[in-house]
Design a binder for this molecule. Structure first.
Ligand code: 13P
Length: 351
């Protein structure tokens, strides 16, 4: 592979910047439908259906062919199996999405594995052979990529060791993605699991963002040509005192403003196991907190899909009602993205 010339680099990065900005366009955000085999099995277990290739294809077909979803969904993150599958009429999924003006993306990490010498902590794998895989995914139509690092809060953790090895891998992935013509979505997720307070989540999130941004710059990743996908700063699931939406927005913005340069075009939050209503209410509050240097958008998996998955429950007779549930949730999340959730829920009747 030829190294890029300076001019070619500038041109390529400007194309990536256009894609990044399209992904966080006003009122729009990303659907994460990139559940790995083990994760989709868990989701299907919850509705008592078997995780066969056919069922997985049918479920993704339902989501991607939902009429009107493209009004709120700018991009979809696919899994390796899904990017090779087709809709019922034979159109490959990436082509189908493109035809609706939705940018196809691809999960490229191979999962979080136990980190040697660090009990309870993980490092995300997938760097071996990544350059070749990225080239293949680009050929299959992907224009952005995702890599998720997982940071856990617990007794004495996260360690600096776990934070920095994960930051290093995220930056290696991001640099390779930009080289391959894909916008990297850089996802350092500080988990909600545990009984920690929101202050501890703020501290762990701040340390993580500081490391991730430092290593991205050190590894020559162009900040204009990437998106950040962080967690919101939240109380742990089991924390007795749950923070309000205003507190979540306040702590989240404080961490982001301290550590994320304005050159990054957008922040696409993950939902991370919040209920769909909480994820939307928090995104709405964040977008009502005044002007920020970056777009504040979403890249939700569970929050966008929960209602559709349950309504579908594997029954072909429920496809249309499941699509309605997905479209309704996408519209609500799109409204939250504009800070207009209240108006969406209670539209003023025409005079
Ligand atoms: P959740 O919104 O369900 O956290 O999923 C987003 C995602 O892509 C996790 O990697």
């Amino acid at each position: 592979m030829q190294p890029f010339s300076e001019e070619r680099t500038r041109e390529a990065m400007s194309e990536l910047n256009d894609i990044a900005r399209a992904l966080v366009a006003p009122g729009k955000g990303i659907l994460a439908a990139d559940e790995s085999d083990s994760t989709i099995k868990k989701r299907f277990d919850s509705i008592n259906i078997e995780s066969t290739e056919d069922n997985r294809r049918a479920y993704r077909d339902l989501l991607f062919t939902t009429p009107g979803a493209e009004d709120y969904i700018s991009g979809v993150i696919l899994f390796d199996e899904t990017i090779r599958q087709s809709a019922l009429d034979g159109t490959p999924f990436p082509k189908l999405l493109e035809s609706k003006g939705i940018v196809p993306g691809i999960k490229v990490d191979t999962g979080a594995k136990p980190l040697a010498g660090a009990e309870g902590e993980t490092v995300t794998e997938g760097l071996d052979g990544l350059r070749e895989r990225l080239e293949e995914y680009h050929g299959l139509g992907a224009r952005f990529a995702k890599w998720r690092a997982v940071i856990t809060i617990g007794k004495q953790i996260p360690s600096e060791y776990a934070i920095w090895v994960n930051a290093h891998a995220l930056a290696r992935y991001a640099a390779l993605s930009q080289e391959a013509g894909l916008v990297p979505i850089v996802e350092p997720e500080v988990l909600m699991d545990g009984d920690h307070t929101i202050e501890r989540s703020f501290e762990a999130t701040s340390r993580t963002l500081q490391a991730v941004l430092a290593v991205l710059v050190a590894q020559r990743v162009r900040l204009e040509a990437m998106l950040l996908k962080p967690n919101m700063v939240l109380s742990g699931y089991a924390c007795r005192e749950q923070a309000t939406h205003e507190e979540v927005a306040d702590w989240t913005l404080r961490a982001l403003r301290r550590h994320v340069p304005a050159a990054v075009p957008g922040i696409a939050f993950l939902s991370g196991g919040q209920s769909d209503d909480d994820a939307d209410a928090n995104l709405d509050t964040l977008n009502r907190a005044g002007a920020q240097p970056w777009q504040l958008s979403f890249s939700y998996g569970r929050a966008l899909q929960a209602a559709a998955l349950k309504t579908w429950s594997g029954d072909p007779a429920h496809v249309l009602s499941a699509q309605r549930a997905f479209a309704e949730r996408a519209a609500a999340t799109g409204a939250a993205r504009r800070g207009a959730l209240a108006e969406h829920r209670h539209p003023v009747p025409a005079a």
